[in-house]
Design a binder for this molecule. Structure first.
Ligand SMILES: *Cc1c(COP(=O)(O)O)cnc(C)c1O
Length: 365
């Protein structure tokens, strides 16, 4: 059986060559004769993995020494509380965009640590768009947004992000589901975080990029593991890191660098446009979010009939296409088109949609 096209939202598709190299390292890592699963994290071979990961992120994001690159555990979900713990003093305010479930979780966690001002919200519309009007109090310690709303399939455009970066307060971004999918002025962010399992590796490792001035800026006394300063000082090696996950992230970062963010962005846009065109030209499928906010990473669509959606998802499975079921709060379908999704996968999905539509319409006739 050939490998199915994998449209899962995360953990998600990885490049084939990454999987092959990861497999080799399970038996013989860096010609040590040892497995990546059993070698000491303090060995020089493994320390080199962490250092290369840091260097690659700095290069891909074109960062200077003003930013620190950290690899942590606990997923993006831990960052929902680590960010305010480290950046938000008790009686002060942070501004949050409420544009999806992850954004909402982030602001809910932050409300335990200070005052939260909702800059804008699309919650009442089941997050089907990104609000154009927003308000950031001048005294906010930072502005938080989620660049790509994985569950709903909306994404902040490059222009919108540039506009946010022009605000007078530090900008914090959850980039879990679109990091490295396009070039951005990464050096202008105060803090960026992303769990690896959507666009640059397996689950278990989370990237944090933080401007040096922000670490410790809440003035709180924090447990060492939850204090960015610990991980900055120890170069992400304060305790045992998730060695295998980091190694696979390194392989994926090398692959990402080889393609480059410009080319990846170009391909990502082409893949998404193809699929949106197929949806717009279909008599039975339709998109679920505002056109101008459509995500290049997670394409959400529906027939408007949950039984028919279910039939289509089963139909996909029989065509070697997996992971297209939408999230339970949205229903319908969601096709995740991360960097490693080959264009052939998108073509296969479109062909399945057309064949399904043909069967349905001829059945009805
Ligand atoms: C998947 C996801 C999360 C949650 O990540 P975990 O690593 O499971 O904590 C948070 N934010 C966004 C945007 C996501 O896509």
């Amino acid at each position: 059986m050939s490998k199915p096209f994998n449209f899962y939202s995360g953990p998600a598709v990885l490049p084939d060559e990454v999987l092959e190299q990861a497999q080799e390292a399970i038996l013989n890592f860096a010609n040590t004769g040892l497995s990546i699963l059993e070698i000491s994290h303090r060995s020089k071979e493994f320390t080199a993995v962490v250092e290369e990961c840091i260097a690659l992120v700095k290069e891909l994001m074109q960062l200077t020494d003003d930013h620190e690159v950290l690899f942590l555990q606990g997923g993006a979900s831990l960052q929902f509380c680590m960010v305010p713990m480290n950046l938000l003093p008790q009686d002060e305010t942070a501004a949050y965009f409420d544009t999806g479930q992850w954004a909402y979780y982030a602001l809910t966690e932050a409300s335990r640590f200070g005052n939260i001002h909702i800059a804008a919200s699309s919650r009442q519309k089941n997050y089907n768009h990104i609000p154009r009007q927003y308000e950031v109090p001048a005294n906010a310690r930072y502005l938080h947004f989620t660049s790509n709303n994985t569950i709903y399939g909306t994404q902040f455009s490059n222009d919108y992000i540039h506009q946010l970066l022009d605000s007078s307060v530090p900008v914090v971004c959850d980039m879990s589901s679109d990091i490295f999918s396009r070039p951005l002025p990464f050096h202008r962010f105060g803090l960026i975080y992303a769990s690896a399992q959507k666009n640059f590796g397996p689950a278990g490792v989370t990237l944090v990029v933080i401007h040096k001035n922000l670490a410790g800026s809440s003035g709180r006394s924090l447990p060492a593991m939850l204090d960015y300063r610990t991980h900055i000082q120890k170069r992400s090696m304060h305790n045992t890191p998730p060695c295998f996950a980091l190694y696979v992230a390194l392989l994926t970062l090398r692959w990402t660098k080889r393609l480059g963010l410009h080319q990846l962005a170009h391909t990502n846009l082409r893949k998404a446009q193809k699929l949106y065109n197929a949806i717009d030209n279909s008599a039975i499928f339709r998109g679920t979010v505002a056109r101008e906010d459509r995500s290049c990473m997670n394409v959400c669509f529906t027939t408007g009939n949950s039984d028919l959606d279910e039939k289509f998802i089963t139909f996909c499975q029989s065509h070697n296409i997996v992971g297209v079921k939408g999230y339970r709060t949205v229903g319908g379908m969601r096709a995740s088109l991360y960097n490693a999704m080959p264009e052939a996968g998108v073509d296969a999905l479109i062909a399945a949609m057309q064949e399904f539509e043909h069967r349905i319409t001829t059945d009805r006739a």
